[in-house]
Design a protein around this ligand. Structure first.
Ligand SMILES: Cc1cc2nc3c(=O)[nH]c(=O)nc-3n(C[C@H](O)[C@H](O)[C@H](O)COP(=O)(O)OP(=O)(O)OC[C@H]3O[C@@H](n4cnc5c(N)ncnc54)[C@H](O)[C@@H]3O)c2cc1C
Length: 447
């Protein structure tokens, strides 16, 4: 379903001759690529297609899920960004890619009642870039598809927020007759997403209850359990970061279960393979990613989790098709692929912009291949704290940072993304505007 809060670009409905560059997916990587190429080559050459009319930076979806970030306030309109950075925008989910004909099919855009607003379109391309991100990998776990929530999309985050708000209100109401009623939230996956969400939920629940749920006491009535299969949370990061995050989460009463593999997700429970059962009115799955199903239709090589294999120039086995970000598997080191991270998507957008620009100008590209630079990892642990390593490698040789400094650095990553798409002065204006708005809005979205 497409949320048609803005009209589709007129450009989108007109049958067109092949566009020079078509980028599918305006996320962390695709939007930056479209903005950079648009500024250089103009909207006649560059077209961005996205299933949504507005962009929200995916690493902030745990804040959207907790309600500490309002997606409608945060969302940046693609049409507006296209006008600012001179790229064309087509609204709609891509359902088919015909590599032989070099066309993509964009699904009809419907309003909230399912009434078609813009029909299905076919768009030709000379160069295609796939930047469609990833979906959750349930690893075939029984019941996960049916019962687990995910933070794959803006809609998923919003669904989680509203479900949690509803549950808290219901428990608040039920307290008079059922004093033992409580909300059990199980988060599966102790990577950055799971850890950040646990911390954010803890904070948000206290704010929501203070705003007007007199009987719901989060310290008594909300139980957050984080289940991780590895021996420690944030297993891909240095041990020191993991230990600091564990300590912080435990201080928030988050129950951490490591070395536990989830075997089944039910309507109100989560089973682990050692036989234990955890009550769960809500289960959030954040245990791994997979390439979106659309990639399977391309008849191009995929890795074992369904990401498109690309070479060092981010090109797939088809010389007219590139892939960046989470949907791609670019070679890294020790036979591994570049990790699925916003900083990788950002770097790849930067690299590919130069390469495609050279191609559009008919210039020979440099032979330099893309090299992933790990600038460290920062994990947000609520509104005032974070933890991470800077300029470090995943091997753990980074500079350890924690507390408010880490949180401020984490926030600066988001601003850097805005800077790449909006420029310095608009980003500064936006940051100040948001600070001012905080004085008139609740700290957690309540509707
Ligand atoms: C809660 C959370 C916290 C995270 N925290 C961090 C962090 O701290 N640091 C970090 O480096 N990474 C973090 N990540 C990972 C990071 O968000 C991703 O690695 C990054 O967003 C990948 O960028 P992308 O451009 O590949 O895809 P995305 O940013 O996911 O964008 C994909 C875009 O494609 C569009 N799309 C998908 N399918 C279609 C289709 N068929 N047709 C049209 N459009 C389509 C979507 O609407 C979306 O706009 C986090 C992820 C989550 C969920």
């Amino acid at each position: 379903m497409n949320d048609v809060s803005l009209p589709a670009s007129p450009d989108a409905v007109r049958p067109s001759s092949p566009r020079k560059v078509v980028i599918i997916g305006g996320g962390a990587g695709g939007l930056e690529l479209a903005a950079t190429l648009g500024r250089k080559h103009g909207r006649e050459a560059v077209t961005l297609v996205d299933a949504r009319p507005f962009h929200v930076w995916k690493p902030s979806l745990h804040e959207a899920a907790a309600g500490t970030l309002d997606i409608h306030q945060e969302g940046l309109s693609y049409l507006m960004m296209g006008a600012l950075s001179h790229f064309g925008f087509v609204l709609g989910g891509v359902t088919d890619i015909d590599r032989a004909a070099r066309t993509i099919t964009v699904a009809p855009v419907c309003d909230a009642n399912g009434v078609e607003v813009v029909p299905e379109r076919r768009i030709g391309y000379e160069i295609l870039v796939l930047a469609i991100g990833s979906t959750s990998n349930f690893f075939g776990t029984a019941g996960a598809t049916e019962h687990a929530l995910t933070l794959d999309t803006i809609d998923g985050a919003e669904h989680f927020r509203l479900t949690m708000l509803k549950q808290m209100v219901q428990i608040d109401q039920a307290k008079a007759t059922s004093p033992d009623a409580r909300l059990n939230v199980v988060i599966v996956g102790g990577g950055a997403t799971g850890v950040e969400l646990a911390a954010e939920l803890h904070e948000a629940s206290h704010v929501i209850s203070a705003y007007g749920l007199p009987h719901f006491k989060p310290s008594r009535d909300l139980a957050i359990t984080l289940i991780e299969g590895a021996p420690r949370v944030l297993a891909a990061l240095p041990e020191r970061i993991s230990a600091a995050a564990t300590e912080r989460l435990q201080s928030m009463n988050v129950q951490i279960e490591t070395g536990a593999k989830v075997s089944e997700v039910g309507h109100d429970y989560v089973n682990v393979s050692d036989g234990r059962t955890f009550e769960a009115q809500m289960c959030l799955w954040a245990a791994g990613i997979a390439g979106p199903a659309l990639l399977k239709t391309l008849d191009l090589p995929l890795n074992r989790i369904g990401q498109l294999e690309v070479d060092g120039t981010l090109q797939t086995a088809d010389p007219n098709v590139y892939a960046i970000g989470d949907c791609s598997a670019a070679p890294w080191k020790d036979g591994k692929s570049v990790p699925a991270r916003a900083q990788a998507a950002h770097q790849q957008a930067d690299y590919l912009a130069t390469r495609i620009s050279d191609r559009l100008k008919g210039r020979a590209s440099s032979s330099a291949t893309y090299v992933y630079r790990d600038h460290g990892s920062l994990v947000s642990l609520g509104s005032s704290a974070g933890v991470g390593s800077l300029m470090g490698k995943l091997s753990g040789r980074g500079l350890f940072v924690s507390g408010t400094l880490a949180r401020l650095m984490y926030m600066s990553l988001h601003l850097m993304h805005h800077k790449a798409v909006l420029g310095v002065s608009r980003t500064a204006t936006l940051a100040v505007a948001r600070l001012l708005m905080r004085r008139t809005r609740p700290r957690v979205k309540l509707h």
